[in-house]
Design a binder for this molecule. Sequence first.
Ligand code: 8YV
Length: 327
Amino acid sequence: MKAKIFVARAIFPEVLERLAQHFDVESNQEDRIYGADELRQKAQGKDGLFTTPSEPVNAALFAANPQLKAVCNMAVGYNNIDVAAATAAGVMATNTPEVLNETTADFAWALMMATARRITESEHWLRAGHWKKWSYDSFTGPDVHGATLGIIGMGRIGQAIARRSMGFDMNVIYHNRSQLKPELEARANNAKYVGKEELLRQADHVVLVLPYSKESHHTIAAAELALMKPTATLTNIARGGIVDDAALIQTLRTGGIAAAGLDVFENEPAFNPEFLKLSNVVLTPHIASASTPTRLAMANCAADNLIAALAGQTPPNLLNPDVARKG
Ligand code: 8YV
């Protein structure tokens, strides 16, 4: 008998077909996200779940579904899964690292460049028919080349962002839970490890790439924003909640920093509407990993994990190796 899984979101049909070769698949056919209660119901009788960061996978779900063996997230981030509760419940949890590093780094650059060089703001102005003459100070902003790039969160994506800065002759500083090995710093455009406050004071462009956790909640709030240069930009491709959005809005309003590029928001997709009143922001709907090949690779990676886990093997991207597996 095939194992039973629930796929919590619409995914590539070819990946769904692949899963159907291995499993008895039930999938979300509705164009909406299931909350914790609904997901707990949907998990009934299932051996595995295919999830994304929009679905909360918590201790109550594990308690109500003792048969569950694996939860496989289609994302590198897994702050939606209570991994400690999964371990306690004997459920394997997995994510999709590596496959999205380069695409996400490309996007961080696109967003940082668009923010610094005011690309969307000027396009809106052009489309609105305001372009009547050239002016020396039209849409001027900070330079990117030759500037100091400050990366907070120097994991695999952070390092890929740093590598790209070589072509822009940038000086790279970074802050991380721990300092990288010298050979990794060298590959990351000779990135220099500094404290968070020093990074915020020195960087011309700050990029946030750290995972969300209780500890990283509001890593950037009013006090941190106050340390930044008024000419600096802030780019967040990590998670909503790492930045205090209300404090950022206030800082952008009062010229505390030049501009922000945001792919993630607190309470997304219901983000703070005050952002829409600001011209010095570039806003995108959590699409940093959204190239077609990368999203397909992420879906297949989550599927690989689910297939291995439910075949009794160790899935390639197991987050809780201490889990005592169920038979
Ligand atoms: C995903 C992400 O697109 O991987 C992550 O952690 O945030 C994005 O790459 C998104 O979470 C949906 O899976």
